[in-house]
Design a protein around this ligand. Structure first.
Ligand SMILES: Cc1cc2nc3c(=O)[nH]c(=O)nc-3n(C[C@H](O)[C@H](O)[C@H](O)COP(=O)(O)OP(=O)(O)OC[C@H]3O[C@@H](n4cnc5c(N)ncnc54)[C@H](O)[C@@H]3O)c2cc1C
Length: 408
């Protein structure tokens, strides 16, 4: 009989959790990670924060030490891509022209950056920020740069702006929509972030669609559709990511804004599973099909996938949560705010740097954005997981203890 062999495509957050959970579950088969990245799995969040600013080095952002993989008997093939999946013969083909047989295959291929295609997009000095190499290249370039333009006012763009400000660069953020973080937060939260960035010396231009990146041999400026020319010697593009699912699609797996997996992380081929940013899955708490880009989802879904592989069918039922660090602001988000029709703010968004915004939909609490408010975050996270709600007036009233407001 063929020996059990779990092959994992991709070597990041989801893969690192998966292999660890497989061994914890006493999976005795062979485990191989095939990773296009040149490094063992590392934490991506610091890339736009403490690693970019130089506060942390590679050793400090590794998810597990190299000895973990040796000790746990996990084969890791770095700097190598899986180029085809042969489902009929249960093997994967690698770009070094070798084949690896599998009994279980897991896609943890994540997401890749959305590219900008305007004139000048290929000029030296234009960067994206997804992996360690990207940041190393930006850091090398920083020696030649004083003025940075960030294209995109989402979390990655704003975190990058904060990190570059800490290096004393002149930073401008260009956001095509009317406000930063528009897709993910309430207007009050966007206004708060615009205020803080401006207090920290970042210039934010909204309704600023970028028309071209200009320069003779390298980046010299960025031009917006309304004719503004912003001098720049470094441009970082942060306009979102798309799920990396071409390989899955070629293998005939069901793909629809991500690799479609069931509550046990299985694709339409039950010997092939998926976890992390690449998947489209069902969330029973919100009763929606969705794709998440978060460490929480990558790790929780990988635990479910590992259980499934080991024969323990336990459905995925995790509350989404996320964080973002900028300057002295620790934003913690629990739940999904999409579709909210009421926002209740506890504290002030107009002064200071600490408040919580609670999102409601049809009278039901659905999410919180807590800035330097760990107590509110924890209380709300628990309430959401238990599908409890709370009276908006009590939540807004700072004299009422937050635990009491949620009746926890
Ligand atoms: C700069 C930055 C900051 C972030 N900050 C936060 C944060 O503060 N909080 C938070 O919760 N999340 C944050 N995220 C998101 C978080 O990092 C992702 O949700 C997480 O990395 C997803 O992990 P993953 O394993 O699913 O996929 P990924 O991390 O995308 O990794 C997938 C890997 O698979 C590899 N791969 C793809 N195809 C193949 C193939 N055919 N063969 C071999 N390898 C392949 C890719 O090269 C990649 O290395 C941040 C992300 C970035 C980039």
């Amino acid at each position: 009989m063929q020996q059990d062999h779990c092959v994992i495509i991709g070597g990041s957050h989801a893969a690192a959790q998966l292999v660890s959970s497989l061994r914890l579950n006493k999976w005795e088969g062979k485990i191989t990670i095939v990773s296009a990245d040149a490094f063992l799995p590392y934490h991506r969040p610091p890339l736009s924060k403490s690693y970019l600013s130089g506060e942390k080095i590679l050793d400090e952002i590794m998810i597990r030490p190299p000895t973990f993989y040796e000790r746990s008997d996990i084969e890791v093939i770095l700097g190598t891509r899986v180029t085809a999946v042969d489902r009929a013969n249960k093997k994967v083909h690698l770009d070094n022209q070798t084949d690896i047989p599998y009994t279980k295959l897991v896609f943890t291929t994540g997401a890749k950056v959305r590219k900008i295609t305007i004139p000048g997009h290929n000029l030296p000095g234009v960067f994206y920020l997804r992996d360690l190499n990207d940041v190393d290249h930006i850091r090398e370039y920083l020696g030649h740069a004083k003025k940075a333009v960030i294209i995109g006012g989402g979390y990655i763009g704003l975190e990058t702006a904060a990190a570059l400000r800490s290096l004393d660069m002149d930073v401008t953020v260009l956001e095509a929509l009317p406000r930063v973080l528009q897709r993910v937060t309430a207007p009050e939260v966007s206004a708060f972030y615009s205020r803080v960035h401006s207090e920290e010396g970042v210039k934010i231009l909204t309704n600023a669609a970028v028309e071209s990146i200009d320069g003779k041999y390298k980046v010299e400026s960025v031009t917006t559709a309304d004719g503004q020319v912003i001098p720049a010697d470094l441009v970082v593009v942060g306009i979102g990511v798309i799920p990396d699912v071409e390989l899955a699609e070629q293998a005939g797996l069901k793909v629809d804004n991500g690799l479609v997996v069931d509550e046990f992380a299985r694709t339409n081929d039950h010997d092939i599973l998926g976890a992390g940013d690449c998947t489209n899955h069902y969330n029973p708490i919100y009763d929606i099909q969705l794709r998440l880009e978060s460490v929480q989802n990558a790790t929780d879904q990988s635990r479910v996938a590992a259980n499934t592989i080991c024969g323990k069918l336990e459905p995925y039922r995790a509350l989404p949560w996320f964080w973002s660090d900028q300057y002295d602001l620790k934003l913690q988000i629990a739940g999904l705010s999409q579709g909210f029709d009421q926002v209740v703010v506890r504290g002030s968004t107009e002064t200071g740097r600490s408040f919580a915004a609670f999102y409601y939909k049809e009278g039901r609490l659905i999410a919180v954005d807590a800035i330097n408010r760990p107590k509110e975050f924890m209380a709300c996270k628990r309430a959401l997981a238990e599908q409890k709600t709370a009276n908006p007036e009590m939540v807004a009233d700072e004299s009422v203890d937050i635990q009491e407001a949620f009746q926890l």
